[in-house]
Ligand binder design. Sequence first.
Ligand code: NCD
Length: 395
Amino acid sequence: VKRDLITIHDLSNRALEGLMDLADEIRPNLRSWRSELQGFLMGSLFLEPSTRTRLSFETAMMRLGGKVITSADVSTSSAAKGESLGDTVRIVDSYVDLTVLRHPAAGAARLASRYAHRPIINAGDGGHEHPTQTLCDLYTLRAEKGRVRQLTVMLYGDLLYARTTHSLARALVRFGSSIVAVAQPGLDLPDFVIEDLARIPGYALRHVLITDMADVLQRDRVPALLIDREERLPPASPDGAPVLHHLGAATIDAIYVTRLQRERYAPVDAARTLELPILDHRFLIAPQFRDTVVLHPLPRVGEIAPEFDRDPRAAYFRQAALGVPIRMALILWALGKASLPQGESPAPEEPAVTGFRCLNPACISVQESAVIPPEVTTLGGIPRCLFCETRAEPL
Ligand code: NCD
């Protein structure tokens, strides 16, 4: 089988841990892996802006002795002439051994994997997922906190469009961790993520108003979504309204900050600004944050004050550096040069159904509906698009 990475659910927990173990082997001496992939070629097809992800993938491939071809300027690629993604991918795939794809539409990587004979790695598909950033995030948590299991992680910022938080939330819950989602008002985690988290046995979700963070969050009652094992959650209110919640001495192991993903807003919303407080020296005085590592997939555009960079808890630059060894491990696996423990598949069974279609304008299957038939599956009885995972509508 082709070793694609389209969603974080393509890798079991054991496989993720295996990748991190391999990255640990690689990390102390990046230069000693340069004969591993001699003669191999990677295509990096970035049809949306990127610095870190593309350069860390290209660095990883070259450190393994492989070579890289890049198409990173949307305006000079054939997509600008109206070529379908399927056609572009077919060509690149026929040149290289492995394609890394970033694309502005949700589901683009899934579509690409349909056309490619060789592995496709999703380097971000619209507002959907960014599984290799999650590899880097989990690896950073393991390096900073010594484990990826049973952590408490606060997700902070634009949780609706920040695809990094979608893949990360899915992975954290699989490892038994707790999530405190503090979203910019109106930018909560999307339904496809919520529905997926809610199906994890023993887990439940609770809308709360945090009552003891006024000092740092500059408000008495901060709306948050707790995603946790049922027994750890405060009791629900009978009418489903948010319940008052005292974080108390609960330790937050990590806070994962994201920027507003302006490029995904409708033009009317593009002028929105960050309403949540900026992370600065005041923020982490709260006792819950004493041992909190601060992560950010970067780029930051003002969410974290530069003064905070000197704080030992600021882990975002260490996080970016870890992107190279973990992507080296991923490439070795994708090209069949490393095997990973199998483990139980985290992806639920999703039978295909007909009679529905996707209406999400940000989905590749809608944007390229002239060449792609709709594909709809059901999860817990809800029909959803196979590409972008949003609810599908009757035909
Ligand atoms: C992120 C992305 O592209 O989703 N960047 C990255 O890959 N490190 C985050 C972002 O753009 O905000």
